[in-house]
Ligand binder design. Structure first.
Ligand code: DP6
Length: 362
């Protein structure tokens, strides 16, 4: 599909002003996106569970300018406070999407956003934040262009969200979303995320994700710097191939419900992501001593309990604990008795798989 397919002809802009609110969740990758080409094209396919509780709520208010502006006209507020340090990222986003939604130069915007998770929790808000903003912009497009089908609305929103932050294109729908072309998964594209189209075993329904907040500080490596580390990386090609292979394996595991293989793939992906960071130039260690303590405790717990708790990591020290819903009680007991002491101020967030974004008001 050519990117030109996302340029829709717009009729005259008769809408003077309005406001729209969307909430959009975060997601947690099982096969990781790490490395990208120009125009936010991923170096390998990835797949994630959409989350339910960790989300961003964004209201976009818009007012038509008397004449289109050369600059983008917008202000951003986080939890009611002006947030000028968000502006450069949003400006870059607007610049990347302008050719697909040219009307953004004809309006002035007020972007009011809030997260259900603490901003300084070390949880990436770019996936939920950029997807929520892309949805609000697409709501304006839908007003201008009412014939846009629901399927095309989601596809173009995911396309735009990717241009804001790659992982954001996986946040619109649930419960599993793939992004990046994979030969065995129909409909996959480098340009947008698609709902995982194949059979998913009962074992994975309502899967739980408890996020242990090991380090709530600012990200040590921004995602842009991180992805760039894969450019001259000595293991890059093998890593990209491994992601394809792991997605093929997961494709089978989702059907069979084989939790043992699921754990092996997911933990290997998390450790590979960190291995890539440790073996790039410059190199980084983003895990903290408590991250390793938690991992060792999980492995010991799994051995004695026979339960199916496993972990995954993003580009940081926090640990996502993944487990089937029917093991929730024992896992929460284990967290409270043995893991909570490794979390900063004892904080953790209970989440689970969700179904994607919701329109709050139109
Ligand atoms: C480690 O989506 O934050 O979370 O496209 O530069 O905004 P940009 O990167 P971003 O990268 C996320 C990387 C990851 C793995 C993943 O979510 O797949």
């Amino acid at each position: 599909m050519p990117t030109s397919a996302f340029i829709h002809t717009t009729s005259e802009l008769t809408i003077e002003n309005g406001s729209v609110t969307w909430e959009s969740p975060s997601n947690i990758a099982l096969v990781k996106y790490w490395g990208k080409k120009e125009h936010q094209i991923p170096a390998n396919p990835s797949i994630s569970f959409t989350l339910s509780n960790c989300k961003t709520v964004t209201t976009l208010s818009y007012k038509k300018l008397s004449s289109p502006s050369d600059e983008y006209q917008f202000e951003v507020y986080l939890e009611g406070k002006r947030q000028n340090d968000f502006k450069p990222k949003i400006k870059t986003f607007f610049k990347r999407i302008e050719q697909y939604v040219p009307f953004i130069k004809a309006y002035e915007f007020k972007i009011e956003t809030s997260n259900t998770f603490p901003h300084s929790s070390g949880i990436a808000s770019s996936a939920s934040g950029m997807s929520a903003l892309a949805l609000c912009i697409m709501s304006i497009e839908k007003e201008i262009n009412p014939n846009l089908s629901d399927a095309d609305f989601i596809k173009k929103t995911s396309f735009l969200a990717r241009l804001g932050s790659g992982s954001a294109c996986r946040s619109l729908e649930g419960d599993l979303v793939c992004w990046g072309t994979h030969k065995e998964i129909k409909g996959t594209s480098d340009l947008f995320g698609v709902k995982y189209p194949n059979e998913v075993h009962e074992n994975f329904k309502n899967y739980q994700d408890t996020i242990l907040l090991v380090d709530k500080g600012e990200k040590q490596v921004s995602s842009t710097v991180g992805h760039n580390l894969m450019h001259k990386h000595p293991y890059a090609e093998n890593r990209f191939q491994q992601a394809h292979d792991n997605l093929s394996k997961l494709n089978k595991v989702f059907k069979s419900g084989d939790l043992k293989s699921f754990i092996e793939i997911v933990e290997s992906e998390a450790l590979t992501l960190h291995a890539m960071m440790m073996t790039s130039l410059p190199y980084f260690i983003l895990m903290k001593p408590n991250t390793l303590e938690i991992i060792n405790k999980i492995w010991a717990f799994r051995q004695v309990s026979g339960l199916h708790l496993c972990f995954t990591l993003d580009a940081g020290a926090n640990v996502h604990l993944l487990y089937p819903e029917n093991e929730k009680e024992q896992v929460l007991d284990f967290i409270n008795s043995q893991l909570v002491g490794y979390c900063q101020n004892g904080h953790y967030i209970c989440d689970g798989v969700g179904l994607g974004a919701n329109l709050i008001t139109d």
